[in-house]
Design a protein around this ligand. Structure first.
Ligand code: GLP
Length: 263
């Protein structure tokens, strides 16, 4: 794992955008795993502004609420359409989200896994992190080998996401269809972005804490190619910062990003 800490949210987002843009330019038919949440809105705005082509890109989202149709403004399908898909040259047929309206959710989950496999697996999976320590909607005690399935959301997660539902946690669906931790770990590369002081505790647990299903994001420690991009506030509780900064300043892979972000 590599931890890259930027001075503020803008530069953390900027570095994340540049990394995704580079992967898309290097491999135009990239299979890109996408995430939702407020943190990602700026990433999608940055990708749109970059002008990079999504014409051959295929996307798979991490999760979707159960019971919200794509026409519902709070569904993740609607979120993706609003923030990215309607603003870039992607072929809608190449965009995939778990289908939270499926009459048979177990079948829908299996089919989602099949579609990822048929695309050749995910090249780059973008991740946010919930305050409960989740990636996707893998709430505490999600098996570290779990696959796409339906999950009940914790009260903390419903509270955290209430802002998008007029501040009413009861209005947030109680269940979601999400890629499993095992599904996420099969992506060839992981890129987790977290910003803000509210994420500092959970980032310290995920990055430096023990591997535990209580914090599903700690599973990223198992992944051979994982980058965690943070702003200063989200990095506040990390103890190994000096070393992480040293790596970012010295690794040849980061040279072009150091120049871009220091400009
Ligand atoms: C939701 C998503 C997660 C995301 C999290 C972070 O819970 N299911 O995939 O990581 O939001 O949200 P935010 O960026 O709004 O803090």
């Amino acid at each position: 794992m590599e931890v890259i800490i930027r001075p503020d949210r803008l530069s953390a987002v900027d570095l994340t955008v540049r990394l995704i843009e580079k992967r898309l330019r290097d491999k135009p038919d990239l299979v890109l795993g996408l995430a939702t949440g407020r943190t990602m809105e700026a990433v999608y705005a940055g990708l749109v502004a970059s002008g990079v082509s999504f014409a051959r890109c295929r996307t798979f989202n991490l999760d979707e609420y159960i019971g919200l149709p794509a026409t519902n403004p709070n569904s993740y399908a609607h979120y993706m359409h609003t923030h990215l898909f309607s603003k870039v040259d992607i072929d809608p047929a190449n965009t995939h989200l778990p289908y939270g309206m499926a009459p048979d959710l177990k079948l829908a989950a299996r089919e989602y896994e099949d579609r990822i496999a048929a695309a050749g697996g995910i090249d780059l999976q973008l991740l946010g992190i919930g305050q409960a320590g989740h990636i996707g909607f893998n709430e505490p005690l999600s098996a570290l080998m779990s696959r796409t399935r339906d999950k009940s959301l914790t009260p903390a997660t419903r509270q955290q996401n209430a802002g998008m539902f007029g501040g009413d946690a009861q209005a947030v669906p109680s269940r979601a269809l999400t890629m499993g931790v095992g599904t996420i770990l099969e992506a060839r590369e992981l890129l987790l972005l977290a910003c803000g002081a509210a994420k500092a505790g959970v980032i310290a647990s995920a990055v430096e804490g023990p591997l535990t299903s209580r914090v599903s994001a700690s599973a990223i420690q198992l992944h051979p190619s994982c980058k965690v991009v943070l702003d200063d506030d989200a990095a506040a509780e990390l103890t190994g910062r000096e070393y992480y900064d040293f790596v970012f300043s010295n690794e040849p892979e980061w040279a072009e990003f150091r120049e871009e972000t220091d400009r």
